[in-house]
Design a protein. Structure first.
Length: 147
């Protein structure tokens, strides 16, 4: 029984060490936050474009997600999903709900009401919101790691 306890304590210690190392290399450069924010801005701006271009922008956004995942894997050796359990989810959900609301407004105003220039203004807001959300998410994540 004592060896099981020791193994469990060793495993917890190893987990803590990995988390400490991840916290040291985990902080993203501002360009990584900007890349995520640009993807969200492209989504919100897409209704300003003609339908064929709009689909191209949405495809570009999907390619961008893949590139960000690859970027993170090269930098950290893994990709940490924003939908993970914990306090970071309390950042992820509101940010994405607000981005989706901006997209819905952009589509309604830009496509339905024929005022595509408003989509560009909303996209600028989405960029700021996503950038701020990404930095807050990182801060919460690093705090969870004990950094």
């Amino acid at each position: 029984m004592d060896s099981m306890r020791e193994e469990a304590l060793a495993a917890l210690g190893a987990k803590g060490e990995v988390e400490r190392r991840l916290a040291q290399v985990g902080p993203c450069p501002p360009s990584r936050h900007a890349a995520f924010a640009a993807l969200m801005a492209i989504l919100v701006a897409s209704p300003a474009a003609a339908p064929a271009i709009r689909w191209g922008l949405l495809a570009l956004g999907l390619v961008g997600v893949v590139l960000i995942i690859r970027w993170d894997k090269r930098r950290l050796g893994m990709f940490i999903n924003g939908y993970r359990r914990g306090k970071t989810l309390l950042v992820t959900v509101p940010v994405l709900l607000l981005i989706e609301a901006l997209y819905a407004a952009s589509f309604d105003i830009g496509v339905i009401h024929g005022r595509p220039h408003v989509s560009l203004v909303l996209a600028a807001g989405a960029f700021g919101l996503a950038y701020a959300g990404s930095t807050v998410w990182q801060r919460v994540f690093l705090r969870e790691l004990g950094a």
